[in-house]
Design a protein. Structure first.
Length: 327
């Protein structure tokens, strides 16, 4: 009790504070999301995400080099196809956007770890993450038929050079389906980073501009989780672990710090947190108004994810954070 205990004793100097610092963000923790579009020499800024661009493959390669030179070990690729259809052809076609971008990046920057987001919502004409019954306007995605398409998508992404497959559609059994598909195609060594606890969140708004993937009707609440649920996240990760997931993701991050913590406590697999588009846009908007100190708020937020238990952080701030970490 005071005055015997004075916690301020350990806060008196920079050196002392360094000695008792519990969590350190490093560039190794960062994964940078990128959006591939058809065409050439295209760099189109996403209106709601200043500093984030839809890029044609040649520009993706340029930025991937920059990311690698900053010391960031990994990117995650999203694709925006020329055409959308009921079969989500652009997702699993060997000439799909993620496939093309993955091949080009691996050729130019072989060391950079390329993660492929594996979902159908960017490629279906209705914007949902899987197959719908013909005429269904509620968005009740058919689970098991969707698994076949996801399997096909993952195999084609691995063939194109993707190092990690990251299924994000919250279909039941998707890890097992993709694991089987990869193994049967000879990709036993390609890990799966499962979006295991992904919530039906309003924080994805700006991403749906970036990836042009807003559902045309209905919403994603029949497959993504209810934001009110925490214990259910433990059920979700247990299933994905049993099905063979190598890494687990919690998404979004900021409003779900408790979930990150609980997942980390419940597993010995690496845990990733997705610092999503809406979280990025809020910081950017306030910073552009000079209402907050962008660097300090970003670093505090990212360090907060580490403290909550995240081993990896997917974030649109990755390049800025890497520069700030370099000093
Ligand atoms: C699609 C997907 C989404 C994000 C990543 N993959 C959005 C969604 O479910 O609508 C969100 C990323 C972000 O908001 O930054 N399966
Ligand atoms: Zn999706």
């Amino acid at each position: 009790m005071f005055p015997t205990h004075r916690p301020r004793r350990l806060r008196q100097s920079t050196q002392l504070r360094r000695m008792v610092c519990e969590n350190v963000l490093t560039t190794n923790d960062l994964i940078y999301p990128m959006f591939a579009v058809p065409g050439e020499s295209i760099a189109k800024e996403v209106k709601s995400m200043p500093g984030v661009y839809q890029l044609s493959v040649d520009k993706i390669v340029e930025e991937a080099k920059e990311v690698y030179d900053l010391g960031i070990p990994s990117i995650i690729l999203f694709g925006i196809p020329e055409n959308k259809d009921v079969e989500a052809t652009g997702a699993w076609h060997d000439c799909g956007m993620i496939q093309k971008a993955a091949t080009a990046v691996k050729e130019a920057v072989p060391d950079l770890v390329v993660i492929a987001d594996t979902c159908l919502c960017e490629y279906t004409n209705h914007g949902h993450c899987g197959y719908l019954e013909v005429g269904d306007l509620t968005g009740r995605v058919l689970n098991d038929p969707t698994l076949e398409l996801l399997k096909k998508t993952a195999v084609s992404q691995a063939k194109a050079g993707a190092d990690i497959i990251a299924p994000s559609g919250m279909m039941d059994g998707f890890v097992q389906a993709i694991r089987t598909g990869l193994d049967d195609a000879g990709f036993q060594d390609i890990p799966i980073l499962s979006y295991a606890a992904k919530y039906a969140s309003a924080y994805y708004g700006p991403f749906r501009d970036a990836a042009d993937s807003a559902p045309q009707f209905g919403d994603r609440r029949t497959y993504q989780m209810d934001p009110a649920n925490g214990t259910e996240a433990i059920k979700e990760i247990a299933l994905d672990i049993a099905e063979g997931a190598d890494m687990l993701m919690v998404k979004p991050a900021l409003a779900y710090m408790d979930v990150i913590w609980r997942v980390k406590e419940a597993t010995n697999l690496p845990v990733a947190a997705y610092n999503v588009s809406g979280e990025y846009s809020m910081i950017k908007a306030a910073a552009l108004n000079d209402w907050i100190d962008e660097q300090r708020v970003v670093m505090e937020t990212l360090t907060g994810f580490k403290r909550a238990g995240a081993d990896l952080i997917l974030t649109y701030h990755a390049k800025d954070a890497a520069r700030w970490l370099k000093g």
